[in-house]
Write a protein that binds this ligand. Sequence first.
Ligand code: NAD
Length: 297
Amino acid sequence: MRVLITGSRGQVGRVTVDAFRAAGHSVIATDRLPPGFDRDTEPAGVEYRQAELTDAGDCYALVARGVDAVVHIAAIPSPTGNTPATVFRNNLLATFNLIEAAVRFGVPRFVNISSETVPGFFFAERDFLPSYAPVDEEHPIAPQDPYALAKHFGEQLMDAAVARSDIRAISLRPSWVQTPGNYAENLGPQVRDAAVLSPNLWSYIDAFDLADAILLAAESDLTGHEVMYIASPDNVGGRDFAQILREHYGDAIELRDLDRTDASGISSAKAQRLLGWTPRRSWRDYLDEDGRAKPSS
Ligand SMILES: NC(=O)c1ccc[n+]([C@@H]2O[C@H](COP(=O)([O-])OP(=O)(O)OC[C@H]3O[C@@H](n4cnc5c(N)ncnc54)[C@H](O)[C@@H]3O)[C@@H](O)[C@H]2O)c1
């Protein structure tokens, strides 16, 4: 396939470009950052185009190059470092422009990177808890913040696109993305102490496993628009999930069936079933029992 990958200079984009290249696909990579003069900033064989995705003309120009799939990763990845209006405008308009161009140019497949934050409890201004755990795609949606709202509306843009055209869309909701360079800083404190609470109930996703899921989504024959969580199957710290949930939240969060004792607070069963995705990495590959980086990682 010839695939357009947005956000290619970001942490998820880089590993995704590599995964698509390794699978033999031809990649047009795009980001808002300038191309290197010697074109040595992208892996060999990758075409790079600088583009601003809030500009509809840029999106049309990218998709007009003729692609079999659009993999839309680019976004401001949290509501915390920019003004609310900037986060909302950037993330929603980029998704709108790209899906609009993909529909008009008859692109068959769109992979939309959404977020675990869509149900709303991650960046809420008025805190609330998940209704049940592990959280899955049936969980009620009540986003408050501009980032989760834009991701939620982005999923609705996918619904609208499949309703008005033959495009097939998959929205993936990754958990907190970990790369070899940030496992220790991000997850170390939680590994050391389960009382370091995170609204995503000790879940995370390895960046390479996420790239595998994105690749499978782009190659998938699924029709319509499907939404799927992507989280590593174990929890940060590898603890007994039922026990830590009760210990830290009492009866406030309903405990549902677990497929393993050290289960994640987010279920990716749907992605495993519909995409045949098999996550292969764990925080244990990078961190010791004290949450310190292993010498080899
Ligand atoms: N990092 C996480 O923990 C996490 C978790 C869940 C979902 N996500 C989602 O995964 C995706 C990738 O996140 P990341 O961690 O790689 O972020 P990142 O900031 O490392 O990369 C995002 C890239 O998108 C580009 N970009 C943003 N807006 C753009 C625009 N308007 N036009 C062109 N390029 C633009 C940026 O330049 C950047 O290179 C995002 O959609 C994010 O919302 C991230």
